[in-house]
Design a protein around this ligand. Structure first.
Ligand code: GDP
Length: 327
C-alpha cells in the first residue's frame, strides 16, 4: 500500500469556516458534519452573493474573513444536463472556482478544500483510477465541459500553493448520493433519478421502470455524509499538492444499482433498458489507497446509505405534499 505523508494536524476549533455552496447536496452535508466541530460555520445565500460575480465574492470574503473554505459550490447535473448545457457547466464552474480561490488567497485563508469530481479522469483510464491518471488521455465527451472546469480548479489550488504558499488542497469525490440530491428525472444523476422513478412506479403500481442506456456501465457511489466526513478528515490531516480521491473503491453496474434501490424501496416490478439514451463512461472506479493509507475509509454501506436517503426522500415528498395541502 502507498504511504502518504500526513500533515501536522490542522485544527478547525475556533475557526471561521465558509461552506461555499451550502444549499447543495455536498455543501449541506459538509455543514451537517461541521456542526460536530467547534468552529463557526459561515454561509452566504445566493441573494447575498452571486458566486459568478468576482466583485461580489471579493467583497463578501473581505467582510466575512473566513479562516477555512470548503469550495462545494458548482453547477452540477447528470449525463443529460451535462450533455445539453455545456456552456453553463464550463463557464459557471470556471468562474465560481476562480473567484473563490483568488479571493481566499487575497484575505489569507489558512486552508481551502476544493471539490473536484471523478469525471476529471480520462474516459479510458486504467481502473481503478489513481490520482496520477489525470491528464493522461481524452475525457468522456458527455461531461468534458464539467471535467475541464474541475481540472482547472485543481490546477488553481496547485498554482496558488506553488506561487503563494497557500494551503489549498483538492479532493475528488466519486459519484455521490444522499439527502438533498436533485431528484429531477432530466437533470439529476442516476442514483437520485432511479430512486425517484422506482418510488413513483411502486406508488402507481407500474409493472416496469425504464433505465437509460444498456445498464452495463459501472459506477462507484459514495454516501454524501461520508464524503463530508472524508473532507473534514482531509482538512485536518492533509496538506500537499496532489489531489486525493474520496470514494469507496467498490462499484456496481447501473442494473445492479436499480435492483438494490428496488430492494430498498420495496418495488417488485421489472426493468427495461432504453438504449437510445447514452451510457457515458463504461467505468469510473476510483483507487482510494491514498485515503486508506492516511487512515480514512467510508463508514456507510451502499444499502444503508440508500435506506437513509429513501427515508429522507419520502419525508421530503410528504412535507411538500402537506405544504401544498395548506396553501
Ligand atoms: P455520469 O456518471 O456522469 O455518466 O452521470 P449519471 O450519474 O447521470 O449516470 C449515468 C449512467 O446511468 C449512464 O450509464 C446512464 O445511461 C445510466 N442511467 C440509467 N437510468 C438513468 C436515469 O434515469 N437517469 C440518469 N441520469 N442516468 C441513468
Amino acid at each position: 500500500m502507498e504511504t502518504v505523508a500526513i500533515a501536522p494536524s490542522f485544527s478547525l476549533a475556533g475557526k471561521r469556516v465558509w461552506v461555499a455552496g451550502h444549499r447543495g447536496m455536498a455543501g449541506s452535508a459538509i455543514v451537517r458534519r461541521l456542526e460536530r466541530e467547534e468552529c463557526a460555520i459561515l454561509t452566504a445565500t445566493r441573494q447575498q452573493v452571486d458566486l459568478r460575480r468576482q466583485a461580489e465574492v471579493e467583497e463578501w470574503v473581505a467582510e466575512a474573513r473566513p479562516d477555512v473554505v470548503f469550495l462545494a459550490a458548482a453547477t452540477v447535473g447528470g449525463i443529460h444536463a451535462n450533455n445539453t448545457r455545456p456552456a453553463d457547466f464550463l463557464y459557471d464552474n470556471l468562474v465560481i472556482e476562480t473567484n473563490i480561490i483568488h479571493a481566499a488567497h487575497r484575505v489569507g485563508v489558512q486552508k481551502l478544500v476544493f471539490l473536484g469530481s471523478s469525471c476529471i479522469y480520462p474516459r479510458l483510464a486504467p481502473q481503478p483510477m489513481t490520482e496520477d491518471s489525470l491528464l493522461t488521455g481524452p475525457l468522456e465527451p458527455t461531461n468534458e465541459w464539467y471535467a475541464v472546469a474541475k481540472i482547472a480548479g485543481i490546477k488553481l489550488c496547485q498554482a496558488y500553493r506553488r506561487q503563494h504558499g497557500c494551503d489549498f488542497i483538492s479532493a475528488m469525490p466519486t459519484n455521490l448520493f444522499g439527502f438533498g440530491d436533485n431528484f429531477d428525472l432530466q437533470q439529476g444523476h442516476v442514483a437520485a433519478a432511479l430512486l425517484a422513478k422506482i418510488h413513483a412506479a411502486k406508488v402507481e403500481g407500474a409493472p416496469e421502470v425504464v433505465l437509460w442506456g444498456t445498464g452495463s456501465p459501472r459506477r462507484e457511489f459514495l454516501f454524501v455524509d461520508d464524503l463530508a466526513d472524508g473532507l473534514v478528515f482531509l482538512a485536518k490531516n492533509y496538506s500537499d499538492e496532489p489531489h486525493v480521491n474520496v470514494g469507496t473503491g467498490t462499484e456496481v453496474t447501473i442494473r445492479e444499482l436499480a435492483e438494490l434501490i428496488a430492494g430498498v424501496v420495496g418495488y417488485t416490478g421489472t426493468f427495461r433498458q432504453d438504449t437510445s439514451k447514452p451510457d457515458g463512461s463504461p467505468r469510473k472506479l476510483m483507487d482510494v489507497s491514498r485515503m486508506t493509507a492516511m487512515g480514512w475509509t467510508a463508514p456507510t454501506s451502499l444499502r444503508e446509505g440508500f435506506a437513509q436517503t429513501y427515508r429522507w426522500y419520502v419525508d421530503a415528498l410528504e412535507t411538500a405534499g402537506a405544504l401544498r395541502g395548506v396553501n
